[in-house]
Write a protein of this length. Structure first.
Length: 262
């Protein structure tokens, strides 16, 4: 092998190593969902999760609440429901969590946040029993993963990884075909929350019915139940199984929907 050939081989190997290292770091280096976060004046803050669930789902919400409360910057508490589960309308200052037979519309679970600028003002999580009552998804691991992940989205978290066939990262924020090791948050999720909530705000949207004051009336009146009502597609996972939609009402007011397709 000539000197020039050896040099080209070395450079090529180096570039491959750099690319591989970059891929590894980008897989989970930053999984914030844009700049979205709850406004609050101190940490840790406490966010209510409204329980609009049937009894068989209650243990999964309880597990999710306990898991995310390990974070040093936020706590969650399960509170009484504030909406009809089938309609699952939001309540200012908190997250409503619902289950129902939402139909064969293609989605397994969705998380929706109402935002003003970068501040989350309210949120909704829906899990679709039309699919969870089937043999494929009527499984504790799938229910833990989807509940944990959708609630995590309402804090401002995105996925750590969106390659469906990658080895599991042992976090519910991993989009994976294997739910068993991915039922709970991991340390990187807690670290990311510390980054998202490293600052405090001069006002709060947490626990405040007035959090939605000033938003266009249509943001509270319109249903956001189907893809045709979610606005434009802004992100899609590699295999199309996870998508993010955004409907813009102007002046920084948006409804953002994250969907997991069955």
């Amino acid at each position: 092998m000539t000197r020039s050939t050896r040099r080209r081989s070395f450079v090529g190997a180096l570039l491959v190593a750099i690319a591989f290292a970059g891929f590894q770091s980008n897989t989970s280096a930053d999984h914030a969902w844009g700049s979205y976060h709850w406004a609050r004046t101190s940490n840790p803050f406490t966010l209510q999760l409204g329980d609009n669930l049937s009894p068989d789902w209650d243990p999964y919400l309880s597990t999710t609440s306990l898991d995310w409360s390990v974070s040093s910057v936020l706590d969650t508490v399960v509170a009484g429901g504030g909406t009809n589960p089938k309609r699952c309308r939001p309540t200012g200052g908190r997250v409503e969590v619902c289950n129902s037979r939402y139909g064969r519309n293609g989605w397994l679970g969705i998380a929706q946040i109402w935002v003003s600028g970068s501040h989350i003002t309210q949120g909704v999580v829906k899990v679709n029993d039309t699919y969870f009552n089937t043999a494929t998804y009527n499984d504790p691991a799938w229910k833990n993963l989807v509940m944990c992940q959708e609630v995590g989205h309402t804090f401002g978290l995105a996925h750590q990884d969106e390659n469906f066939n990658n080895p599991p990262l042992e976090t519910c924020m991993d989009y994976s075909s294997n739910p068993l090791p991915n039922q709970h948050p991991n340390q990187h999720d807690y670290d990311q929350l510390e980054t998202i909530y490293s600052h405090v705000d001069s006002t709060t949207t947490v626990g405040s019915a007035a959090a939605t004051k000033g938003q266009p009336p249509a943001m509270g009146d319109l249903p956001f139940d189907t893809p045709g009502q979610w606005g434009r597609l802004v992100a899609r996972s590699r295999n199309g199984k996870a998508e993010t939609y955004e409907i813009d009402f102007g002046n920084g007011h948006k409804v953002v929907t994250f969907v997991i397709w069955a």
